[in-house]
Design a protein around this ligand. Structure first.
Ligand code: NOJ
Length: 536
């Protein structure tokens, strides 16, 4: 079976010209009134996604999971989580999406499994169990303490002592998420087979969970202390994670997966979750054609929304990526605060500018469900928390539930996500103006802006393939050209801003009344206004 085909630019691999859209299935659309979004809910909304112009959907994990970390603790890599649907529903989803030119990408979690996965059940049963070496086990130190100083990225030691055999097992996240041992060839072979299993069902690619940390130091050496130059997380944990992840050998695995992905008629895409600095990020593309197709850019995602910083991250990315490599741009996901809250701080003008930015850079934009309507985080009360991190760290850290609340499809009880009398698994935020139905009938809405920008991208070769060139702009503004004739300008300041020496006409402005407006010698934008223009 081949991956369903969408409309890609001539001569371009599909994943370069695609607009991708992340679906968090539990919060997308609930078809059976149990309060949990499901695969049939996605099928029911495919017409809407086609209308919006989406080329591919990435589904956060749909595989069997006890949900200690909401799907990111997998107990069966080849089965569908029952409250999301069945394999038959999934096959219908791939077929239905394909008929609409939409590809389906899945999330794969290779770093760790659920503690309930039969592999781990076997592994922990004895030191001679067949799957013992599939996980990372180590003796305590002589004084009985943990084997080394590694900390979990969810806080606390990365090791848990297992009473049955008296050894510690490694977990870079929850103790319910034991890390696999990627030095073991059987583990590598098993994941090849899992990838093939889904590719053969028509899956167009994978988002690879924490793909930078799957291989650990074989000698389990202590991490060095953090230095003042290190990022926030290293400072928080007091150590630089050089041995419990980010090992050079991870690239062997990615090269192997790339070959596998390319062995299909329509190449499947590998998108890495790569929370590393830009210089490191570049390495995950290999020579530009032999590792990841796309790598999520966390320095961009976490940058403050000001012209100088954003421009620098983009220029840095452009400078570091090897020839042939293709950037990916995203402003929100199920772990990070939504960009309408974080970058835009609830200001619709800023949110519209951010959306235009995402859709006009050189690279593949990945929208997160709700970005297209300007959905903001909805902080949930302590009693409603579902994220284990929120539960553990409340009130110092409320966790990730605020960015996982259900998508409002229409105004009113249930918000079109579920029925009026059903209590959703996470509370629904306000549905007033920020809902799909209302925005579909409002030509000035964020949703219509998203749709029009996506359509423009499809029609404009420069927006798909044109190179990125920074254009000198006044302080507080950021401007770039795509190819020779397309100009993008963001006024990221509270004052009016004028870009001089430019003549042309606006295709789309965040103030839609200006669409089509001509300018001669200068383009003036009001505070937090953005525009994409054709220049002469
Ligand atoms: C990254 C995922 O996006 C996040 O949701 C999850 O908790 C961790 N990886 C662990 O799998």
């Amino acid at each position: 079976m081949t991956a369903a085909a969408g409309g890609s630019a001539p001569g371009q691999p599909w994943w370069k010209s695609a607009v991708l859209y992340q679906i968090y299935p539990r919060s997308f659309a609930d078809s059976n009134a149990d309060g949990v979004g499901d695969l049939q809910g996605v099928i029911d909304r495919l017409d809407h996604l086609e209308w919006l112009g989406i080329d591919g959907i990435w589904l956060s994990p749909i595989t069997v999971s006890p949900n200690a970390d909401w799907g990111y603790d997998v107990a069966d890599y080849r089965g569908v989580q029952p409250d999301l649907g069945t394999m038959e529903t999934f096959d219908r989803l791939v077929a239905g999406a394909g008929q609409r030119g939409i590809r389906v990408l899945l999330d794969i979690v290779p770093n760790h499994t659920s503690e309930q996965h039969p592999w781990f059940v076997d592994s922990r049963s004895s030191v001679t169990a067949p799957k013992r070496d599939w996980y990372v086990w180590s003796d305590p130190k002589a004084d009985g303490s943990v084997p080394n100083n590694w900390v979990s990225s969810f806080g606390g030691p990365a090791w848990t002592l297992d009473g049955t055999t008296g050894q510690f097992y490694l977990h870079n996240h929850l103790s319910e998420q034991p890390d696999l041992n990627w030095w073991n060839e059987e583990v590598r072979n098993e994941f090849d087979a899992i990838l093939r299993f889904w590719f053969d069902r028509g899956v167009a690619g994978f988002r690879i969970d924490v793909c930078n940390i799957i291989v650990k130091d074989a000698r389990l050496r202590d991490n060095p202390p953090a230095t003042p130059d290190d990022d926030f997380e290293a400072q928080l944990f007091g150590q630089r994670p050089v041995y419990n992840g980010n090992r050079p050998e991870v690239h062997d695995v990615l090269r192997r997966w790339r070959l596998l992905a390319e062995s299909y008629d329509t190449p499947r895409a590998l998108i890495g979750e790569t929370p590393v600095k830009v210089e490191e990020l570049a390495k995950y593309y290999g020579d530009g054609s032999d590792e990841l197709h796309l790598a999520f850019n966390f320095p961009f995602l976490t940058a403050p929304f000001d012209a100088t910083t954003m421009r620098r991250v983009v220029e840095d990315t452009e400078a570091h990526l090897p020839p042939g490599a293709w950037p990916a741009w995203t402003g929100s996901n199920h772990d990070m605060s939504r960009f309408s809250s974080r970058w835009a701080e609830g200001d619709p003008a800023k949110a519209r500018a951010a959306l235009l930015m995402l859709l006009c850079l050189r690279g593949t934009p990945v929208l997160y469900q709700g970005d297209e309507i300007g959905l903001e985080d909805f902080p949930v009360s302590q009693a409603d928390l579902r994220d284990p991190l929120g539960v553990r760290y409340w009130p110092a850290y409320a966790g990730r539930d605020a960015m996982r609340t259900p998508l409002p499809w229409r105004h009113g009880p249930g918000g079109g996500f579920t029925t009026a009398d059903t209590r959703p698994w996470l509370p629904l935020g306000p549905t007033g103006r920020c809902n799909v139905e209302t925005q579909r009938s409002d030509p000035w809405s964020m949703l219509m802006l998203a749709r029009d920008l996506i359509a423009l991208r499809r029609q404009t070769p420069e927006l798909q393939t044109g190179r990125y060139v920074t254009v000198t702009a006044p302080e507080g503004a950021w401007a770039w050209r795509r190819g020779e004739r397309v100009l993008v300008v963001l006024n990221m300041s509270d004052d009016e801003s004028t870009l001089t020496g430019t003549t042309g006409h606006i295709h789309i402005a965040t103030d839609r009344e200006r669409d089509g407006e001509s300018f001669d010698g200068a383009l003036t934008l009001r505070a937090w206004e953005a525009a994409i223009a054709e220049i002469r």
